[in-house]
Design a binder for this molecule. Structure first.
Ligand SMILES: NC(=O)c1ccc[n+]([C@@H]2O[C@H](COP(=O)([O-])OP(=O)(O)OC[C@H]3O[C@@H](n4cnc5c(N)ncnc54)[C@H](O)[C@@H]3O)[C@@H](O)[C@H]2O)c1
Length: 436
């Protein structure tokens, strides 16, 4: 099947490479000329485990190519996926749909014959209706079916998520489009991955409801962690104790510095706006978003407290900047607000991240970037783990103690056992666990 993928970012590039791997013929289109030039040279503009090899293999087999020329990619394509960004609109938090609508206009002008236009970007309820109108206005008499097919992959595990999803959601009322989408995903449902067909609006809402639910779960355990600290309980054991209940489940119950990333913050906000506009405000999610927002700066205060209440003129080492491990994505990463809070209090911050430094640099002008965790610890008054990269899971505490000015470890991801760390002469402060 000949497919055009509009947008070659985290979602478009992974989806394009995986579809090519299923045997489809994929052209990825992006208006960012540098990104496309890099891809054509065989360079991957983002960090995603396994992606470089997957792209190389499928380019080599002539099933995957890259272009800035949308028209040539769309002409003759049976299916066009729109996977462009839908960031928060400046000022009001609604999803900014301008990239989606612009892409739809360009697709309309270039499409030939029956074309299934699939929105893979996360878009608010009703966007498919608007895309349909744009297509018929820009190309009267064109033969289109507009489908919603939200993406649930997680950065850092994107390829396995795409190839082994919990479910594939497809929103359409068109029989023809349904057949085409079944054909595209055939390799997956042969492996028993469920394909869920709904109407378009329901499909659009499923994506936001999923993300809002997960954000709620994280925020719930974070608030329980705060309570644990007050009453001397252990949030990891609480999480295990509730997670063993099948109705609750163990995932997304890790207390930490608050959720960040390119999806949860903007998607919760967009859902809140949609709900308010439709006179059905979702107060629970409104609270989740506000609690999470405040939490990131509160983590800065927690670090200051661990240093005795004052970090003016002190040096704090930060381990991990990206919003989670195995990605270079810095969008809405908690590290950004935590570091700002520390700098506002007069601290100087040095930081290390295995993959995120280049993306972090423009947002962290006053931070000194280090070569590794030990470089970061040199003369530091405290070391803070913000992102749980594997590289930080087996630190040499003896070596760290020799390098640091004061042996204090603030572990915002609870990757260490406090007593083990304390045995090396450190003061240990985790999240929702007893200090040691
Ligand atoms: N990143 C994730 O983990 C993830 C997961 C699920 C869903 N999503 C959703 O997928 C969508 C894309 O997210 P992303 O993280 O891949 O974004 P991204 O910013 O990494 O990539 C978007 C790309 O689209 C390109 N683009 C914009 N307008 C274009 C146009 N008219 N023609 C061609 N290219 C155009 C941009 O240059 C950019 O390279 C968003 O709606 C997001 O919410 C993201």
């Amino acid at each position: 099947m000949k497919i055009a993928m509009i947008g070659a970012g985290y979602v478009g590039l992974v989806s394009g490479a995986c579809f090519a791997d299923f045997g489809h013929d994929i052209t990825c289109v992006d208006l960012d000329g540098e990104k496309i030039a890099a891809l054509q040279r065989g360079e991957i503009p983002i960090f995603e485990p396994g992606l470089e090899a997957l792209v190389a293999k499928n380019v080599g087999d002539n099933r995957l190519s890259f272009t800035t020329g949308l028209s040539s990619a769309v002409a003759g394509a049976e299916v066009v996926f729109i996977a462009v960004g839908t960031p928060s609109r400046r000022g009001d938090g609604h999803a900014d749909l301008s990239y989606v609508y612009q892409a739809a206009k360009e697709v309309a002008a270039a499409a030939e014959g029956f074309t299934v236009v699939v929105t893979k970007s996360t878009v608010p309820v009703g966007t498919g209706d608007r895309v349909e109108k744009i297509l018929s206005k820009a190309h009267p008499g064109g033969d289109f079916a507009v489908v919603s097919n939200p993406e649930f992959l997680r950065e850092g595990a994107a390829i396995s998520d795409f190839k082994r999803p919990d479910r594939i959601v497809v929103g359409t009322d068109s029989e023809r489009a349904r057949d085409v989408m079944s054909e595209i995903y055939r390799p997956l449902y042969l492996n028993n991955q469920p394909l869920l067909f709904t109407d378009r609006r329901t499909s659009e809402l499923i994506k936001y409801a999923s993300n809002a639910f997960l954000a709620t779960k994280i925020t719930f355990i974070n608030e329980i962690a705060d309570l644990c600290e007050r009453v001397g309980a252990n949030v990891q054991e609480v999480a295990r104790g509730i997670g063993l209940d099948n109705r609750i489940g163990p995932k997304f119950l890790h207390a930490g510095p608050g959720y960040g990333g390119s999806c949860f913050p903007k998607d919760t906000l967009a859902l809140i706006k949609t709900a308010q506009d439709n006179d059905a405000p979702i107060r629970l999610v409104e609270t989740v978003a506000s609690v999470n927002d405040q939490r990131k700066r509160a983590m800065g205060r927690k670090i200051i407290q661990a240093c005795g209440g004052d970090v003016d003129g002190r040096k704090i080492g930060v381990l991990g900047l990206t919003f989670k491990p195995n990605t270079d994505d810095m969008r809405d990463a908690p590290a950004l607000m935590i570091i700002t809070a520390l700098e506002d209090a007069g601290a100087s911050v040095c930081a290390y991240d295995p993959e995120g430094i280049e993306q972090a640099r423009p947002d962290l002008a006053n931070v000194t970037f280090c070569e590794d965790a030990y470089d970061c610890a040199e003369d530091a008054d405290a070391l803070v783990i913000v992102t749980e990269w594997d590289a930080f899971r087996a630190l040499d505490f003896k070596r760290l103690k020799g390098l640091m000015k004061a042996p204090i470890l603030v572990d915002l991801r609870n990757i260490y056992n406090g007593e083990d760390v304390a045995r090396h002469g450190f003061r240990y402060i985790g999240v929702g666990v007893p200090p040691a």
